[in-house]
Design a protein around this ligand. Structure first.
Ligand SMILES: [Zn+2]
Length: 113
């Protein structure tokens, strides 16, 4: 199972979903944003999109944030560890969702809070 490839594939997918949504948008500003985003580097892409897009994009932006976080964790060798308690995240969880950020215990704690 290649988590890195899955993360990159999904990032590409989410990004194109955002662009497709923008291309159907009635706001003239969004058409200009498409051009800007097409010329924006990966690391600034998410920042720019998050700042410029409305709440209807929140789900896609959140997902992209999670995916980007997981990708940068791979880069620094911290991938697969819980961001709260630093325990190793179960392989089954990562297989289900390679962008998982928390172990089962901490995920439950967060949703019950
Ligand atoms: Zn944890």
């Amino acid at each position: 199972m290649n988590h890195q490839k899955r993360l990159h594939d999904e990032l590409t997918q989410v990004k194109s979903n955002i662009l497709v949504m923008l291309s159907k948008s009635p706001h003239p500003a969004h058409q200009g944003l498409i051009t800007t985003l097409k010329h924006t580097a990966n690391n600034e892409w998410l920042d720019l999109a998050a700042k410029r897009l409305g709440p209807e994009y929140a789900n896609l932006i959140n997902r992209m944030t999670m995916l980007e976080a997981a990708v940068s964790q791979i880069d620094i060798g911290q991938y697969g560890y819980c961001c709260d308690c630093e325990e190793k995240i179960a392989t089954a969880l990562l297989q289900k969702d390679p962008a998982t950020q928390r172990c089962t215990k901490c995920a439950i704690k967060r949703t019950s809070n």
